[in-house]
Design a protein around this ligand. Structure first.
Ligand code: FE
Length: 143
């Protein structure tokens, strides 16, 4: 039995599975995920399904499945968005963001470029970071 290229395209480890165009992303993601991840939107605070998740596991990118955060670094910031004091630095990128008249640092997924949220300097961990992440950009994998 031979594998056709289309069989490989279905596996998440294959780079070809990653949408390349904006319309492909729109097809792959739910409207809310598309709005936040591809158009740098923000979900309403206190609405995300992972906000109060306290289970042990990994938080992966809702766009491409890359591991971004660990439950070990999750804390309740009171902000209304899932918050982490540390990130997987190999898989996220921090970029300056001056939109909406504010100077902030945007956090994006290194692999798919999806917008995740912002990082601030008032976190409780050793390096003082607070990653404020839209729940809709994350999926949870229980340990
Ligand atoms: Fe991603």
């Amino acid at each position: 039995m031979t594998n056709k290229p289309s069989d490989f395209a279905k596996t998440s480890s294959n780079a070809d599975a990653m949408p390349k165009t904006d319309s492909q992303w729109q097809e792959k993601l739910t409207p809310e995920k598309y709005r936040v991840m591809r158009q740098k939107g923000t979900e309403l605070p206190f609405t995300g399904k992972l906000l109060n998740n306290k289970e042990s596991g990994k938080y992966i990118c809702a766009g491409c499945g890359t591991v971004l955060f660990s439950s070990e670094a999750k804390f309740d910031s009171g902000s209304g968005w899932p918050s982490f004091y540390a990130a997987n630095k190999d898989t996220i990128l921090a970029k300056p963001d001056t939109s909406h008249g504010m100077t902030r640092v945007e956090v994006v997924c290194r692999k798919c470029g999806g917008h995740l949220g912002h990082v601030f300097d008032d976190g409780p961990g050793p390096d003082g970071k607070r990653y404020c992440i839209n729940s809709v950009c994350l999926e949870f994998k229980k340990k």
